[in-house]
Design a binder for this molecule. Structure first.
Ligand SMILES: Nc1ncnc2c1ncn2[C@@H]1O[C@H](COP(=O)(O)OP(=O)(O)OP(=O)(O)O)[C@@H](O)[C@H]1O
Length: 248
């Protein structure tokens, strides 16, 4: 069971039709979402997080439809979302910002406060807990964003480019976070980084022009690379093959 889109259409008010009748279910487990700039990855994750509403069609998870008023709260409690842009809340420390995210998901103040420190520790930011979030570097702020999704326990975690701008050591820490998280939750991570896919993820989904061009295991994905592809470049080769060949 994971998040499911049924005949979903989405268009921004002054923008293009991004999804046009998409029917698709993310596989359970750890999934990486790839696709060129403008493919619709952020839009898809924002719909799954119920931050956007489809113009038509439905999104559902665990039998809950966020478009049904009485189910929205329960839906949001089950789904953690790290948006692409993390904004520091003016005047808040890192711990306050992460705790606030937990409180918004229905945690008690006490649990959110304690959980925030633990979540910051998991992303290597415990020492910054008392520092203003607005004083962090871009990479540190992204780690606060990851901590915001860790503070409460979700059954589905959606992360939009969580590793953009992270140094290699922090990308390693992120891999461990995904591994631990996946013991209790399904995870979908959007990224442009294709190295080490098999070490972190079970499944690959490639989106292009709002269409799912590929959905399968990492091994199935790598198998699409041309036969002469070097072992370290399988994902790159497969990605190019999917986009060039219109693989479905
Ligand atoms: N707020 C907005 N208003 C109008 N159009 C938008 C808006 N946000 C995104 N779009 C358009 O919707 C399409 C999909 O954008 P989206 O951000 O979902 O793509 P993406 O795959 O996440 O891209 P990237 O890899 O660059 O982050 C693009 O054509 C984009 O220009």
């Amino acid at each position: 069971m994971s998040v499911e889109f049924d005949s979903c259409t989405y268009q921004y008010r002054r923008g293009p039709v991004v999804l046009d009748g998409l029917s698709f279910a993310f596989p359970p487990g750890r999934t990486v979402l790839l696709g060129p700039n403008g493919a619709g990855k952020t839009t898809l994750l924002a719909l799954a997080a119920s931050a956007l509403k489809p113009r038509s069609g439905t999104v559902s998870f665990a039998g809950l439809d966020p478009a049904v008023r009485s189910q929205l709260r329960a839906y949001r409690r089950q789904v953690g979302w790290m948006p692409q842009h993390i904004t520091p809340v003016p005047g808040m420390t890192c711990q306050e910002q992460v705790a606030y995210a937990g409180w918004l998901k229905g945690m008690s103040r006490r649990d959110a406060w304690d959980g925030a420190l633990e979540a910051l520790g998991r992303v290597g930011l415990a020492k910054k807990a008392g520092q203003q979030a607005s004083s962090l570097s871009g990479g540190q702020l992204r780690r606060v964003g990851v901590a915001q999704t860790l503070v409460h326990s979700s059954r589905l975690v959606l992360m939009d480019e969580p590793t953009a701008g992270l140094d290699p050591a922090q990308r390693g820490t992120f891999r461990k976070v995904v591994e631990q998280l996946s013991e209790d939750a399904d995870i979908v991570v959007s990224t442009h980084q294709t190295e080490d896919l098999s070490e972190v993820y079970d499944h690959v989904v490639v989106l292009s022009d709002g269409t799912v061009r590929f959905s399968g295991t990492v091994a199935e994905f790598h198998a699409l690379a041309p036969t002469d592809t070097a072992s370290g470049r399988l994902a790159e080769g497969a990605y190019a093959a999917v986009l060039d060949g219109g693989e479905a």
